[in-house]
Every structure is written in C-alpha cells, then in structure tokens.
Design a protein around this ligand. Structure first.
Ligand SMILES: [Zn+2]
Length: 348
C-alpha cells in the first residue's frame, strides 16, 4: 500500500482518449539502424536525432485546466465515498471537487521542464539504442499540478495527458533520495498513454500476466460500487484472469475499493484502499488478493503495485525500459518472464 502513496498513479474510468489514433506504428528506423547495442547505455548518435520518437509538449496553466476539465467521463464516475475521501468532508459534491481540481493546476517552471526534457531524452535514447518499436501515440501533453486533487500522488494520466506533481518534480530535482526515479515514473505514465492509443498493444501486454480483455467493461455490483475508487490511470475494467480462491478457480477482474467509508477529516483512502477480486459472474461477493492462492503467479513479483493489470504492467514496462533485461544494477527480476515478454514485443 505504501507504494500507492509514493508513486504514481492513479486511477480509473473512461477518461476520454484525447485524439488517440489507431494507425500503424511509426518509429525512426534510420536511427534504430545506427545501433544494435543490447544494453541501455545512451549513445552519441542520438544527439543528432531531430525527429522525436516520443512527441510531447508542456501545457501552461490555462491549457492544463481546460484539458483536466475535458475528462467528463472520469468525473462522472466518482462515487459518494470517493468524493468524500478526496474532498476530506462528508457530502462533498462533484462541483466542489471540480473547482478545487481546477485551482491546483500550475505552470511548469523552466527547471522542471528542463528536468523532464532530460529524462524523456534518456528514455528515447534507450529506445533507439535497443532498436525498440514503440506503439503509435499522438502528442503527449504534460500538465503540472499540486496533486492535491488526487490526494498527493506523484503523477497520473488521462488519455494522453500526463499530470506531474510540482513537489515530486522538486524531489527529483534535488539530491534527496527517492525510491522511484523520474525515468521510471515517466515510462510508467507513458505506458498508460500507449495502451489507450493501441488496444492490441494493451491486449498483448495484459496477456503476459494472464489477463484476457473482453469487449465490454464489467458492470460493478452494488457491493463494489459502494466502496469503489476511480483510478485515472485505469480507463477500463474489462480484463479478467483466473484466480484460485478456496481451492476453486474463479474468473475475476480487479477493482480498487476502500475497506471503510470516509468518516472524518484525516481519513485517507490510501490507508484503507485495496484491490478487490470481483467474480465476472456478477455476484456481490468479492475477494482480496490475499484470498487468491495464485495471485503472485498471475501478476508476478516484480512490483507490489498490483492493484490492477494496467498498473502492474505499467511498472513492469518502466523496469523493462529503464533497467532492461538484467534489472537494476544487474540484479535481475523475481519474474523475469514478464520483462522478457515486454522486450520481445518492443523488438518486433
Ligand atoms: Zn499508473
């Protein structure tokens, strides 16, 4: 649960996939041919690369507010429980929340822009050096906020919008030790943008951790809805895997819920949030990860951020990009097959 606080990420439902195209993948093959290195060490040829592999721009405050408010489907998904946790008061309304969220959007400082440019360049260099082919995406938009609108997380996404917290960027700028570096964070958020723009990529990534995506989103039973927390990083709840619970197989999808309702100011949903394993048959009874004997076999053991297949694979994607096959400092992985699956895909 600690990682939910420290990291990222974020949350669910149907944010509008802002302008994502579904055309075929285009990467800069000329530059890729310049290098066949298998490691993640940047090389000098990249400095000459004029065509960005990952196109992006920084939104100013005005554009950021407009983009944030464009995600109607996300705001419409908020439950009473969630609004109260996010606004830290009983009977909070979505109108109050939206006004609050708007007031949290900021302009990027020049230092923060330079920092993001530096780390995005590092990610691009890794992609070129290793001959990876990223799925198609439209131009990413970075938006800076205080993150108070999402309970102080470091970053989150809607569509192809990546929201970054100014305090997190300050931490990344300083010598202060952080347990999750900016390149990992950016690669994690980039994964969410890529899955939204490329359903087939999403399907193939989820398959690596044994999840199957169906055509429609699941309809949450009322018992889940009551405690449900939306995650802007998870736009669809439409993937399931077979979990073994009480010795029997159950096809379940994952949903983020709180174990308790908001009662008073100071109650944080991070303290009570957990993944729920919800049977696909629509029954009201749901389970928790600790109830499934094969939970780690399904989602692997590379990350404990396993509240949803989207978040689990976003972390694994970030590790694959930043650390490569050999892992951080060559220490390998607890579940190397997941990283191998991602890298095999990127090399196609
Ligand atoms: Zn995420």
């Amino acid at each position: 649960m600690k990682k939910i606080i420290v990291i990222i990420c974020t949350f669910l439902l149907l944010s509008i996939a802002n302008g994502c195209k579904s055309e075929s993948i285009e990467t800069n093959d000329n530059n890729i041919q310049n290098s066949t290195a298998e490691d993640n060490t940047p090389n000098d040829t990249v400095e000459e690369n004029k065509d960005k592999i990952i196109s992006y721009h920084f939104a100013d405050k005005e554009e950021g507010v407009e983009l944030l408010m464009s995600n109607d489907a996300y705001f419409d998904g908020f439950s009473k429980n969630e609004l109260e946790f996010k606004m830290q008061k009983k009977d909070a309304t979505i109108e109050e929340y939206k006004e609050f969220a708007k007031s949290q959007v900021l302009d990027f400082s020049d230092d923060h822009k330079a920092l993001i440019d530096e780390y995005m360049s590092k990610i691009e260099q890794i992609i070129i050096t290793n001959g990876y082919h990223l799925p198609q995406h439209d131009e990413i938009v970075f938006v800076c906020t205080t993150m108070e609108e999402e309970c102080g997380v470091s970053a989150y996404t809607h569509g192809i919008q990546i929201y970054l917290g100014n305090k997190a960027l300050d931490r990344f700028s300083s010598a202060e030790t952080v347990d999750y570096t900016l390149d990992l964070l950016l690669a994690h958020e980039l994964f969410h943008c890529l899955t939204r723009c490329n359903p087939d990529f999403r399907k193939d990534m989820y398959k690596i951790i044994h999840f199957t995506i169906q055509d429609e989103d699941f309809v949450l039973p009322s018992a889940v809805k009551e405690y449900y927390i939306t995650n802007p990083d998870v736009e669809h709840i439409d993937a399931y895997a077979q979990f073994v619970i009480d010795g029997k197989p159950f096809d379940c999808y994952m949903a983020l819920v709180t174990k308790n309702h908001f009662e008073k100011k100071g109650d944080l949903f991070f303290d009570t949030a957990t993944a729920a394993l919800v049977p696909v048959d629509g029954s009201e009874k749901y389970y928790y990860p600790e109830d499934a004997a094969n939970f780690d076999d399904i989602l692997g053991k590379n990350t404990d951020y396993t509240i949803d297949p989207e978040e689990c694979m976003a972390d694994n994607f970030a590790y694959a990009i930043v650390y490569g096959l050999n892992g951080q400092d060559g220490k390998g992985y607890n579940s190397p097959e997941i990283i191998e699956g991602i890298i095999d895909y990127l090399k196609q």
